[in-house]
Design a protein around this ligand. Sequence first.
Ligand SMILES: Cc1ncc(COP(=O)(O)O)c(C=O)c1O
Length: 392
Amino acid sequence: MATHDTAHSLDAAPFDVGACPSPAYVVDDALLRRNLELLGRVQAESGAKILLALKGFAMWNTFPLVSQYLVGTTASGQDEARLGAETFGGEVHVYSPAFTAPEMDVVLRYADHLSFNSPSQWRHFRETVRAAPRRVSCGLRVNPEHSTGEVALYDPCAPGSRLGTRAIDLSPGDVEGLEGLHFHALCEQNSDALEATLAAFETRFGQYLAGMRWVNFGGGHHITRADYDIERLVRVIRDFKARYPHLEVYLEPGEAIALNTGYLVCSVLDIVDNDGPIAILDTSATAHMPDVLEMPYRPEIIGGAKPGEKTHTYRLGGTTCLAGDVIGDYAFDRPLEIGDRLVFTDMAHYTMVKTTTFNGIRLPAICRIDETSREVRTVKTFGYVDYMQRLS
Ligand SMILES: Cc1ncc(COP(=O)(O)O)c(C=O)c1O
């Protein structure tokens, strides 16, 4: 926390917190490479290709590093597709619950693979795709209707889901001209959930696989988490490929690429009291780490503990007007002081891609820590113009 001018988490090497602007997202290249090495190993051992899901992590300054390991990117629409093509290279895959005609014109400039959400979208765009100057391999997102997660907000297989076509709504004529099937049903899950979901997928959609060229197992694979069962993942993919040797297998995680690779460095601006001390930070749960409220979850702070586990407990709140812009209650070894720095861990994924400028709060700067020198480099800062230009 705060009192240190260097910080490190897990088994990461320390870095100079004082060298970061505040607030700032700070990604450690050494930790990123460690994740990528593991993902590279999964590709080599399983034969699957791994894409980076840009919706989770799109800090393109790091892409010269990330693209050394992964085969390409997966996009949710035209702008992510273009970003992937222009800053990452490799394969560009695109899926959206629905495309507009103008968006499709842009997508077709960049996409190598394009997954539709429904047979009706495929029928709608089939001729446009055929007339496109580049060859695009089209597929359909299906719904394996097998829920393995506990939170409905993150379960594409929940009853009433709009994401993916159910087997009951599909007939062989619908897949004519398609070359792939795509399913995404996991969220922060282990390979046992993939194994069960894949079995459900094969039961429901196995009849369509003979005529396909690829299957995309989606994201949500928490591959770089310490307790993830890599051996099972490799076995599940290899067994699948043995059953369907003609199929290319893709995984498209976002979170697993950047898991535990970055920090949010911030500062204490004021300390007020309301039945206990409250530290107001120069960051915000709702604007800079929205998953804290949306998931919801409690991020870790270096040097911080649960209330009562250390002597001095504070509620940490943000600078927006939202009454619930509270990150949580944290205990420290010594009292916080105005100007102290705090370092939230695991802040690389689903943060930068989800920020807002609500209340005109400035976006955190973006920094990288060099793998060997440990030097902190600021690669982007934001100011008034970034806020103003979004509004008219
Ligand atoms: C279709 C699709 N693919 C990939 C992902 C990436 O998932 P994750 O970041 O959990 O690995 C998502 C996340 O929502 C998704 O919807």
